[in-house]
Ligand binder design. Structure first.
Ligand SMILES: Nc1nc2c(ncn2[C@@H]2O[C@H](COP(=O)(O)OP(=O)(O)OP(=O)(O)O)[C@@H](O)[C@H]2O)c(=O)[nH]1
Ligand SMILES: [Mg+2]
Length: 255
């Protein structure tokens, strides 16, 4: 469980380059919102196990009713930083991520979908600009030139993503190619300066929008995606798209 090169990460007492002195290990908290992901969560944890530092905290915030919790329990020995939060009053993915942020103890936070569509190796690339102190929030983007082809997305999903990202870029004066990807990272300090209010998928766009409004530095890094192989999407595309567009406009207007 080691990777080398820039933004070096080692398991155990890992060292890092960047603004944080290597003696102060910078702890990651990876927040995984899950809703009935018993078929996918095992693969997601295996991927995290292979790529995140050995002392990373991994918070699974489970709002569903299936066996996700049991599968997580089977991973406890291999992932000492694994924490399972049974989210009984779950009101949506945004609510689950807020709970994860409240519980997180790391200096750097990331969100990572449980459905296996993203790759944990990309978390290393997202964390690097935060560790170097160059960014406060980093968005994973499926639509940059270097991004692995998103064969996963249907045309309606891709179009919806482009419309929402374009609208947010226009309103907030910064080009963002993919505000909706379920892989993002931010510093705990940034989290303290952004007040998130959205319970559902609107929170995805709320993070960069409120960060820009707070004067924080928001960057993006190309990521790869693949089609969901296990479980089911929870997103009704058109209704969610409209809600996200309305919310983006509201954030701009101070709501
Ligand atoms: N706790 C919690 N997690 C959720 C909820 N809805 C979705 N999630 C999780 O959030 C992640 C993303 O959900 P998906 O349904 O795959 O949505 P998506 O990835 O944005 O959209 P697709 O392109 O359809 O896959 C998955 O890990 C889900 O299990 C919810 O209501 N509560
Ligand atoms: Mg998904």
């Amino acid at each position: 469980m080691e990777s080398e090169g820039d933004g070096e990460v080692k398991s155990g007492s890992f060292t890092r380059r960047g603004i944080y002195p290597s003696l102060w290990a910078v702890r990651w908290s990876v927040i995984v919102a899950a809703f009935n992901e018993e078929d996918a969560i095992g693969g997601t944890l295996a991927d995290l196990h292979a790529h995140v530092p050995g002392d990373a905290e991994i918070l699974v915030v489970d709002g569903g009713t299936d066996r996700t919790g049991q599968v997580v329990a089977e991973w406890r020995d291999r992932l000492p930083g694994l924490r399972y939060i049974r989210h009984l009053d779950d009101r949506g993915k945004g609510h689950a991520i807020r709970t994860g942020i409240r519980e997180a103890t790391g200096a750097l936070h990331a969100q990572f979908d449980a459905d296996g569509q993203f790759f944990a190796k990309d978390l290393v690339a997202l964390m690097a600009p935060l560790e170097r102190g160059e960014m406060d929030v980093v968005l994973g983007s499926r639509f940059m030139e270097e991004s692995g082809r998103d064969a996963a997305a249907s045309w309606s999903r891709s179009l919806g993503n482009h419309v929402v990202s374009g609208w947010a870029s226009l309103l907030f004066g910064q080009r963002m190619t993919d505000v909706l990807a379920g892989i993002k990272a931010w510093t705990s300090e940034a989290a303290g300066r952004i007040k998130l209010t959205s319970d559902r998928y609107e929170y995805e766009v709320e993070i960069p929008c409120r960060a820009i409004l707070a004067g924080l530095r928001v960057g993006e890094v190309a990521v790869d995606t693949r089609a969901r192989e296990e479980g089911e999407s929870k997103v009704p595309v058109f209704r969610t798209g409209l809600r996200v567009l309305t919310a983006t406009t509201r954030f701009r207007c101070g709501g």
